[in-house]
Design a protein around this ligand. Structure first.
Ligand SMILES: Nc1nc2c(ncn2[C@@H]2O[C@H](COP(=O)(O)OP(=O)(O)O)[C@@H](O)[C@H]2O)c(=O)[nH]1
Ligand SMILES: [Mg+2]
Length: 365
């Protein structure tokens, strides 16, 4: 990917520069306001960091693959993360790697594994269950492979879900969750990927339940990414906004509101989502939250009928045991991890094996 920065007195001009230079397929990776900089005579300037895939810049030929009608967003995300996935430590245990020398598991060994799992902040009950499973392999495997079995055992206990979007279905996806977890940022990432990589027509609706005017962030994003956006101030606004976006393949619904500790606030959001007849509601929580907070949020937001979870700020988390704990406690499929502020790069699609490795090794890769 070729990456460049464009600076201009207005966002619109910076975006024009970007389009002229990199073409319509450029992806906006980030924006910032530059103030008090001598280079610009201390004028306020806007900077866009943009990238364009060298592949995309290629002139298409008749040999190019036909356009696939029903694109699957997760396939592309998987492809993007696959390189990392393949290159590091995640290789499956090949037959020749299996250590043939076997011995009995000692109590001390099992305790060590239990300690390790607890250290990863995996709930004690679940950690015991995982270690118990190891006993099934007692005498069958060498120690080097026990860890792999532990990871495989974890993977078998983590539900995941793919983000599937098809063309011409007018799919309505809402992101809900506590304030500040990264819902809007995540919508921006998914919207750009859907638009640029999957060529889907995307619309954005922001629900401002309390007329906070806190929608500027999405508005600026909508402007620079050229993705249409509207604001709903009342549940009754929803049907007409959905109608306005009837030609869109995908509509993201973002929620802005006051404290969601209050049941009434959540009921209000529910009214909007019901009025929009959303197809999929995804809960966003921070991977850095404590298990008590996560459980509380997952319980409270049940009224909104979410079907999967995104763990944001995985880049800031020290351990990932809570992903395992929450997914298990609520039988809740995990859809993505987000790992930074950069739009659209910092989002990772997941599968059980990948998550189990992240959790066990205590780091993203
Ligand atoms: N480190 C990190 N920061 C994030 C991530 N996602 C969002 N943020 C930041 O978290 C803050 C709140 O994000 P925002 O999308 O406004 O949260 P919202 O209130 O849920 O819509 C912003 O400063 C984001 O840049 C992430 O994956 N990692
Ligand atoms: Mg927001």
């Amino acid at each position: 990917m070729q990456i460049k920065k464009f600076v201009a007195p207005t966002l619109r001009e910076a975006k024009e520069q970007m389009k002229n230079e990199l073409g319509g397929d450029a992806i906006i990776l980030g924006t910032r306001v530059i103030e008090n900089d001598r280079r610009f005579n201390f004028r306020k300037m806007f900077e866009i960091t943009a990238g364009v895939d060298e592949e995309i810049k290629k002139t298409p030929s008749f040999d190019d693959e036909p356009v696939i009608e029903n694109v699957d967003i997760d396939v592309e995300l998987s492809r993007l993360t696959q390189k990392i996935f393949e290159s590091k430590e995640n290789k499956k245990v090949a037959a020749e790697d299996v250590v043939t020398e076997t011995r009995k598991l000692t109590k001390t060994q099992l305790d060590e594994y239990l300690e390790k799992l607890l250290d990863l902040e995996i709930n004690r009950q679940l950690a015991k269950e995982l270690v118990e499973q190891l006993k099934n392999y007692d005498g069958l495997l060498g120690e080097a492979n026990l860890e792999n079995y532990l990871i495989a055992g974890m993977a078998s206990m983590i539900p995941t879900k793919e983000f599937k979007v098809k063309k011409n279905r007018n799919t309505k996806v809402a992101l809900v969750g506590p304030t500040g977890v990264g819902k809007t940022t995540c919508i921006a990432k998914l919207a750009v990927i859907s638009k640029i990589i999957h060529k889907l027509k995307v619309g954005l609706i922001s629900i401002d339940t309390y007329r906070l005017g806190a929608i500027d962030q999405l508005r600026i994003f909508s402007e620079i990414s050229d993705i249409e956006m509207s604001v709903a101030y009342e549940p009754s606004d929803m049907p007409k906004l959905i109608k306005k976006f009837k030609d869109k393949d995908l509509i993201f619904i973002d929620t802005v509101g006051r404290s969601q500790k209050n049941r009434e606030n959540l009921n209000k959001i529910k009214e909007y989502l019901d009025a929009a007849e959303v197809d999929e509601t995804i809960l966003v929580v921070s991977a850095t939250s404590s298990m008590r907070t996560l459980s509380d949020v997952a319980e409270r937001f049940k009224v909104l009928d979410y079907g999967s979870v995104i763990f944001s700020k995985a880049d800031e988390a020290v351990t990932y045991g809570n992903i395992f704990n929450l997914a298990n406690k609520f039988n809740l499929p995990v859809m993505f991890l987000t790992n930074g502020q950069v739009i659209p790069d910092d989002i990772l699609s997941v599968n059980p094996e990948y998550l189990a490795n992240v959790i066990y090794k205590g780091k993203l890769y």
